[in-house]
Design a protein around this ligand. Sequence first.
Ligand SMILES: Cc1ncc(COP(=O)(O)O)c(C=O)c1O
Length: 419
Amino acid sequence: MNIEETVEEGSERKRRAIANCREYLMPARVDTLKNLGIPLLIGRREGYRIWDVDGHELLDLHLNGGTYNLGHRNPDLMETLRDALDRLDIGNHHFPSEARGELAAQLAALTPGDLHYSVLTPSGSEANDVAVRAARRATGRRKIVALEAAYHGRAGLGAAAGEDEAARYFLSDYPDEFIKVPFDDLEAMDAALSGEDVAAVLMETIPATYGFPVPSDGYLPGVKSLCERYGSLYIADEVQTGLGRTGFMWGIEAWGVQPDILVTGKGLSGGLYPIAAVVMTKSVGAWLGEAGWVYASTFGGAELGCVVASRVLEICSDPEVLAGGRETAGYLASGLEDIRARRPFLKAVRQKGLVMGLELDGPGAALQLSGILYRHGIWAIFAGFDPSVLQFKPGLLVDRSYCDILLERLDAGLAEAGA
Ligand SMILES: Cc1ncc(COP(=O)(O)O)c(C=O)c1O
């Protein structure tokens, strides 16, 4: 059978690509997206816009979790990468390297408190895996406490720390070692830590896949002081909340918490070269001074990625860029409040800077709105663990006219959804 016959819509180019993916790569995803009314095959991409290969233009409010925080194909980052390609390749991870050393020094300087050593990895999941290992090594304890509705990646120990169902699916859950607690509940956290046998609490600063519920003011500092009381470490998963997205360089800084380990990824890549990082205090990373090869990754800290990541960190930590992000957040907050007052389908807006979740009217309402907004020229994804919330993630460098078009399209989509 010609596999293209299994896909009905679009140009021949689109049908062929989707048919290949359905046949050889990801049949369940292709079918789900089709059922949601999102037949997207990304073609052109520039700034904060993407285009389906058949021409449909979309404002990208997903940014693949912040991967495109600085935009798609950011010209400055492209030039940085092109220039690096004239001189470098992935490098050899067994040896010291200028690019890796520079990036690690920069991470130590830009992360909160006395975070010092970095391990560079190819993905956020692997960074969380290393964070868990480092915490276990440093404390001599095995248990990890994480949130019930958490996403830390789908590989390694990061996956075990995430939602139980997916880990169980692959018989890769470790219920005795990974303890799950509800979000924003200090009593439950106290109970989980009080046995003094927990290596670390691993938490997203604002849980993305749970729809970005903003923690109450005392929660994160409260978790940190419980960690200190019971001898556990605090791992901040900043994969979605770092790099200026909350109005602070790192989301955790908004609550004045100094983590023992910080994990960053996604946007660190500039959307151009995969890279992620774990940054830890000297004492947590003491193993790096003892045993050179107990953790190693051929592609972790690929030199091309390091050069791009260094430039990403420079841009995101620029006070003017951070101030611009805060201004955009304020502008969007008032635009969204305006819309909310007129459109009851939008019940509330969760927001910390550019990290936003739109609470909608109905349990699966964000699934429906995602499909409607797609037709209105916005790509925004529902929260996997709470599909009544739409993740709404504008980029760090968007301008006013982009925001105006965005608000206009959102308003039209909400009008249709609530009709
Ligand atoms: C908060 C958080 N942590 C970790 C990860 C895993 O990153 P990666 O997909 O690069 O493995 C993700 C990915 O979505 C994430 O959102």
